[in-house]
Design a protein around this ligand. Structure first.
Ligand code: SAM
Ligand code: SF4
Length: 332
């Protein structure tokens, strides 16, 4: 009988799985992708049944929360059916999706009907021209219509994600907080991570720390530190002036979150990544192919992989490429 706890060598329990359902995207955000990307050939990408089986085995081994991400998960054909199947798996406490919002206007309602309850929507600017610059192809109005559709569909747990870049959108921090308050949704500010080779800007120049974001917010609001968690990397604050929303900070550089890390990721091609900032992985697509339906072999491979989870990542604020894979590959 195999243990039902995914424990690593440092006593951390892994109960959160993020799955990249595609490496493709309709945006090309400047911090996430190069302008010209080579995407995986389709046969290399995990099939929907493979994703479902992996979700099922991780849940059987003690995972409680699954996030579907990408690339852009809502451009993957069959995503609604996958959400529906995964949402009804035993052992699952929470199914979430992270999306750029471009297709939400049409998909929010059917997505809600699948049983998915939590949505993260990326939003780095409220200015259409700047939004287009940062995403290279994105249309702000489509994303805002997507947010409205998600609220109308009944989603009650929505969080905006904003990557803050010095000189690019740091002057919108207060506008974004006010927007979140008006729409009664949470918001997290993310420090840019050195994932993938980009030439559009120098990451060392665009870095903007979570502490600087809080200083900006504190010019207008009283921030109250909170112990709440969504079982992810965000640390939360409340605002005395708008206590119903949470303001989160994802600070891989300045407030390294490794000690409490409970996450692993499956890339679009089925690699199990034990750490976002580290290349160690095992090839679960290959394991699936060799196991030929023998779930014990799959479970053993997953349990064994936990011992490879490193103590911490070593991200530095620098322009050197520290991890060659893009966030869109990793299941960001
Ligand atoms: N396409 C979806 C989206 O944008 O929400 C899901 C995938 S995206 C890779 C997931 C999150 O990672 C987004 O909130 C995005 O802003 C963030 N992200 C991408 N590249 C990043 C980087 N280099 N540093 C920090 N956050 C990044
Ligand atoms: Fe696409 Fe999301 Fe990456 Fe932007 S952050 S390029 S929307 S995967």
């Amino acid at each position: 009988m195999l243990t039902r706890n995914l424990l690593d060598n440092f006593g951390r329990r892994v109960d959160y799985l993020r799955i990249s359902v595609t490496d493709r995207c309709d945006f090309r955000c400047v911090y996430c992708m190069a302008e010209k990307m080579n995407f995986l050939p389709r046969p290399s990408v995990l099939g929907l049944d493979e994703i479902y089986l992996l979700a099922e085995r991780f849940l059987a081994l003690g995972v409680r929360k699954i996030r579907l991400t990408g690339g852009e998960p809502l451009i993957r054909p069959g995503i609604l059916g996958l959400c529906e199947r995964v949402a009804s798996l035993p052992g699952l406490d929470e199914l979430c999706i992270t999306t750029n919002g471009s297709r939400l206007a049409r998909l929010a309602s059917p997505l809600f009907a699948t049983g998915l309850k939590r949505l993260n929507i990326s939003l780095d600017s409220l200015r259409p021209d700047r939004f287009r610059q940062l995403t290279r192809t994105g249309d702000l109005n489509q994303v805002l219509a997507g947010l409205d559709a998600a609220l109308a569909a009944g989603f009650q747990q929505i969080k905006l994600n904003c990557v803050v870049m010095k000189g690019r959108n740091d002057d919108e921090i207060l506008d974004l907080v006010a927007f979140a308050i008006r729409h009664k949704v949470d918001i997290s500010f993310i420090e840019e991570m050195p994932l993938g080779r980009i030439t559009e800007h120098r990451r060392v120049e665009s870095f903007y720390s979570s502490a600087e974001v809080r200083t900006r917010i504190a010019e207008h609001y009283t921030l109250i530190e909170s112990t709440e968690t969504t079982n992810g990397p965000s640390r939360y604050w409340r605002l005395a002036e708008a206590p119903s929303i949470r303001v989160g900070f994802i600070s891989p550089h300045s407030e390294n979150f490794c000690a409490a890390c409970n996450r692993v990721r499956i890339t679009a091609e089925g690699k199990l990544l034990l750490c976002l900032g580290n290349e160690d992985s095992i090839d679960l697509k290959k394991v699936l192919e060799c196991a030929q339906g023998d779930v014990l072999k799959l479970d053993q491979a997953i349990l064994g992989a936990m011992k490879m989870k490193p103590r911490k990542h070593d991200f530095q604020v620098s322009d050197d490429v520290q991890i060659v894979r893009f966030m869109s590959m990793s299941g960001g």
